[in-house]
Design a protein around this ligand. Structure first.
Ligand SMILES: O=C(O)CCC(=O)C(=O)O
Length: 244
């Protein structure tokens, strides 16, 4: 068991280049290596795992658990407000940054299926959001790393509603995916993928049974009015919000 004492990065150490910012706007996503150091990411996984164990939710068939801004543990709360995260979001969104929620998504020998192809925006609608997919384990094509369709944030895809144990019940059909480019994103523990809520994404199935935990935190540009009804609480991290 590694030390799960909170050790947030105190100063901003990561500044995106203009090319990285342009890449985010072109592709709808951006991989940022070492957003968190390995030890911090591993400790975060242990905190989330312990919380799910307490709630008896480690066997949740979907492998997903969401926390709103007012129900996070202390470690998670500090991690989603990390100064590097806020600084990068300011570069991508502008000066007004608001945190909305965070979720754990876990795959292992019991939860082996891929997260199906979808655009997050369909789940919440309203203003566009940005999420950060944070690797709490090394993620590979064999244990369920993320996949993205670059440039897909420019289009709203048709979604079919499917009810099964995989969660993510609004999905893009296989026909709609035909011929689209797919980027597969293996990452190391602590790396992160920033992505637009219209970026079409899924994850690979877990075929080797090795644990693959991720934390996914979601934010919005607080200067934009948001008609979404998903969030009753939010946390302004910089600037001001028109939504509170
Ligand atoms: O981590 C995964 O398997 C994918 C999660 C995902 O697509 C999402 O939360 O929107």
């Amino acid at each position: 068991m590694s030390n799960s004492t909170l050790n947030p990065t105190q100063t901003v150490k990561i500044v995106l280049t203009d090319a990285q910012v342009a890449q985010y706007h072109r592709d709808g996503y951006l991989v940022v290596p070492n957003l968190y150091d390995e030890q911090t990411a591993l400790a975060w996984k242990e905190v989330l795992k312990a919380r799910l164990a307490e709630e008896n939710k480690l066997n949740e068939p979907s492998g997903v658990r969401v926390w709103m801004a007012d129900s996070m543990d202390e470690y998670t709360s500090a991690s989603v407000q990390d100064p590097n995260v806020v600084a990068i979001l300011q570069q991508l969104l502008g000066p007004n940054v608001e945190f909305l929620s965070v979720k754990a998504v876990f795959k292992n020998a019991q939860t082996t299926f891929n997260s199906p192809w979808h655009q997050d925006w369909f789940y919440w609608q309203g203003s566009n959001k940005i999420s950060i997919w944070i690797a709490l384990d090394d993620a590979t094509p064999e244990n369920g790393c993320l996949r993205m369709v670059p440039g897909s944030q420019a289009k709203v895809f048709d979604m079919a509603t499917v009810e099964d144990a995989k969660g993510f019940n609004r999905r893009v059909t296989d026909e709609a995916l035909q011929g689209l480019p797919i980027d597969t994103l293996p990452v190391h523990r602590g790396d992160a993928v920033f992505f637009h809520d219209l970026a079409l994404h899924s994850s690979c199935p877990n075929t080797n049974g090795k644990e693959r935990w991720s934390a996914i935190s979601t934010y919005r540009d607080a200067s934009q009015a948001d008609s979404s009804t998903v969030w009753d609480t939010a946390m302004v991290l910089s600037g001001e919000s028109v939504n509170v």
